[in-house]
Design a protein around this ligand. Sequence first.
Ligand code: ZN
Length: 469
Amino acid sequence: MLTSLVLAALAAAAPPQDDTVARLVGSAMTSGGASAFLETLTDTIGGRMTGSPQSEATAAFLVKALKDRGYANARVEEYPLGARWTRGHAEVRVASPIDRPLHVLSFAWVPGTKGAITAPLVDLGAPKTSLPAVPDAQLKGAVVLVEPQALDGAPSQVMRFAYVGALARAGAAAMLIPSDKAGRMLFTSAFGLYPDGPLPMLSIAKEDTLLLRRLLAKGPVSLGLDVANGLDRGPHKERNVIADLPGSEPGEVVLIGGHFDSWDQAEGADDDGSGIAAVVEAARLLKASGLTPKRTIRFAFFSGEEQALLGSRAYVESHAAELDKHRAVLVMDSGAETPRGLKVHGRADLEAAARAVLAPLAPLGATQVSLDASFDMDHGPFLAAGVPAFSLWVEEGAYDSHHHAITDTFDKVDPLKLSLDTAVMTAAAWALANGPAPGRRLTPSEATEILTRTRLEPLRAILYRPGAR
Ligand SMILES: [Zn+2]
């Protein structure tokens, strides 16, 4: 057993004995290309909501950027989009016992209130059960304040989904979710609610939540709400952007990517502008090297990630016949923070290959491998399809303070850290394209077993539910 492990590690740890990785890393660290691309993207287009004109403009911008960098094969791949959502006004105030406006923002992909309403406030706190512990009669017609938590190891989005459904069935008027961000900052994500959340749902500032709880401690509170949102049922289209650096071995593919969509209120600079900036620059550096990889390196820019991984899922479906030859997928979508290494999403069989890929990056400090698994980024559909799926693992930094908030702007992205991440993505793409295949494609039941063991199956089931396309 030990001998075979050692032999496997040695086999996986045989990096190409040339200076290609060193040259790619050096170029990534000195070009400033990723930061320059990100500045243009955020200053000219800004927020890029799925289904919006800005999203379409970004796809065109990416195709042109890739063609300018030598990729004549850069192209869009369209897929059907079930609905477009537009933000209207959202006003919430304390109606009694005082009169006070509250700091709120509607989540996307939910309806409005159909005019101004006044309703009593009910606070469910941070429940530890998957259904409300109070009778429906108390929820009917009420505005319900609730903080969904991770439950039984499943991510908090699963609880949020369960609660919005339960509150809608009980006849609640709206759901308020306290933002966990500092400085009255609101949270605009609506992962998994696409295409039509059942209830008006708003993010409310932490400070205003505390006010409401102080008022509730003294007696009944009622709120006035006026929320207008628009939902336009299609048929519509969205698109991914793809470009290839052809390899010498026909059919074999290593895909690196991120998502170009963002929420509407910010610039999406770090989520995931930094990821696509790194991948565009990786494409430029690899093309400029003049080298031909063994496997085709495919650069993928997905849309619809923030709704339900729509773009990457569409890719997995439309390229199903080629997935047996997709040797690896590598996604960057955790912000431009100091790189730690790679995540292998529950697949211990990929660990040795990940360590071999990272070995030449030891001077950058990016040699760690994490078995932690997640399903809320574009590696998810590939993980579910059994394709070896990696994501860039970075320090947490300030990512969580700004992502999905209006403060996710270009000034927050540190050019040095973005260069480091670009270097790791570029070097890892090259190593994955030229080294031994990192692992085999899992069977459907093996892939399901991983999602079940890592408590991600409930989230996958929400995202892949019928009608959520
Ligand atoms: Zn993201």
